[in-house]
Design a protein around this ligand. Structure first.
Ligand SMILES: Cc1cc2nc3c(=O)[nH]c(=O)nc-3n(C[C@H](O)[C@H](O)[C@H](O)COP(=O)(O)OP(=O)(O)OC[C@H]3O[C@@H](n4cnc5c(N)ncnc54)[C@H](O)[C@@H]3O)c2cc1C
Length: 404
């Protein structure tokens, strides 16, 4: 019998396990894959993720694994003018002023190794169903790769099992609405020209309010992709793959891809956006990360929020253990804390996503930002997690800076 079973060992599950162990909770991780395993992603770790890794003393190790250190971000608008931001010029010089792009195969393995050194772990185990006692979730059942079936029991079941979460589906918390989900396509490339220490987000006509990205991963390779809201992707009369190829072959990018070699077939996956507030708890269970739909709707980042949800969950589970109360009512403090922390930021990103539907606005804002130091400073600070994103939903910010 464990205090906690964590289903899924991505950033949400692994960081939850690290925090649970720090707090003395007996933890079991159940993961269907075997590490190292791939995960379709842009692989970018921005200020928020880097801060969490620093808090866990995992930054030094991160510098030693394969990937790229990021110092600059380029935002391109539909007119193809660009705004360049320097992360190391963000407001607070004491803060961590860089990001990383590290393939998830490497990054998740790194995090998982830390989590598994202090937790019980079963990999190659697919959770297929939940076990209930009256209305309380008290365990999970599933199958190993070998076909062997097994049940595990704990006081709390944590669903950190990604966008198609079995824990969310079996508890009725799953939300597959296409308004709240994006689809992204990733392809690793070699030999794209002009790869340096910058990540590039290009809001081109075919992708807005989503974007086309080029994120270097080191060794002359890059993670390239496109992301689109699911409902819009369905409406467009061509596929995500065609959209990505059209952008790559367009006048603005073909030169850079002239000698580039695709290292794989493009692969797609879902991004469950945090533009709606789901219920992420119930009797005996809590949902984290993508299972809880916490991806930032404007930037598409989910790793930092996944790690944060893991930390909050561990703290609440410890409190629940002290009073031996794992009821829906008691665990509701998880959702309260989660939304206190993320709510206003996700609301701002939801607003920015709405604005990003308009080419004219994107052209105007990115154009002005490229020429306005104050705007650049605020956005750099936001990306380094020093300035709250809510600053961007304050109309005074635009009045004071864009029109100054
Ligand atoms: C195309 C794309 C680009 C993205 N780019 C970025 C980016 O650059 N930066 C960023 O911060 N975020 C990005 N994201 C979002 C980010 O990938 C996710 O938000 C993040 O992976 C969420 O972590 P998680 O631990 O919640 O879920 P996951 O990383 O999906 O981990 C879930 C784990 O659960 C396991 N699992 C699933 N079902 C079961 C089961 N039944 N039994 C046992 N185990 C199970 C899986 O094998 C997996 O290991 C991107 C997403 C996509 C799709």
């Amino acid at each position: 019998m464990h205090d906690v079973i964590i289903v899924g060992a991505g950033p949400a599950g692994s960081s939850a396990a690290i925090h649970c162990n720090k707090l003395g909770l007996k933890t079991l991780i159940l993961e269907k894959s075997r590490f190292p395993r791939d995960k379709i992603c842009g692989d970018a770790l921005s200020g928020k993720s880097v801060k969490f890794l620093d808090d866990l003393n995992l930054l030094e190790g991160l510098d030693k694994i394969d990937g790229a250190v990021i110092k600059r971000i380029i935002f391109g608008n539909p007119n193809h003018s660009e705004c360049e931001l320097h992360l190391n010029k963000s407001l607070n010089k004491k803060q961590i002023n860089h990001g990383y792009v590290i393939p998830r195969k490497t990054f998740d393995n790194y995090l998982f190794n830390h989590a598994s050194s202090t937790s019980d772990v079963e990999t190659g185990f697919h959770v297929l169903d939940l076990i209930y006692e009256k209305k309380n979730v008290i365990g999970v059942k599933g199958k190993f790769d070998s076909g062997e079936e097994k049940e595990f029991f704990a006081n709390v079941i944590v669903g950190a099992d990604g966008p198609f979460s079995i824990v969310a589906r079996k508890t009725g918390c799953y939300n597959a609405d296409g308004k709240y989900t994006a689809v992204g396509l990733r392809c690793y490339y070699e030999n794209i020209s002009e790869l340096t220490d910058q990540i590039e987000l290009h809001y081109v006509g075919e992708t807005i309010p989503g974007y086309f990205w080029i994120f270097p991963i080191g060794n002359n390779k890059a993670n390239v992709g496109v992301g689109l809201i699911k409902n819009m992707a369905k409406k467009k009369n061509h596929k995500l793959y065609d959209i990505m190829q059209n952008v790559i072959n367009s006048e603005n990018f073909s030169r850079r891809f002239k000698n580039a070699i695709a290292l794989e077939k493009p692969k797609g996956w879902n991004l469950p956006f945090g533009n709606t507030r789901r219920e992420n708890h119930g009797n005996g269970f809590i949902l984290l990360g993508d299972a809880a739909g916490l991806v930032d709707p404007f930037t598409g980042e989910g790793i930092g929020n996944a790690m944060e949800s893991g930390k909050i969950a561990a703290e609440i589970i410890l409190e629940a253990k002290k009073v031996n109360d794992y009821s829906k009512q008691y665990l509701s403090t998880y959702d309260e804390k989660l939304w206190n922390y993320l709510g206003s930021e996700l609301d701002t990103s939801t607003l920015l996503l709405k604005l990003a539907h308009y080419k004219i606005l994107l052209n105007f804002v990115i154009d002005r930002a490229s020429r306005n130091k104050k705007v650049k400073d605020v956005i750099s600070g936001m990306l380094a997690d020093e300035v709250p994103k809510t600053e961007l939903s304050n109309p005074m910010f635009y009045l004071k800076t864009l029109f100054s």
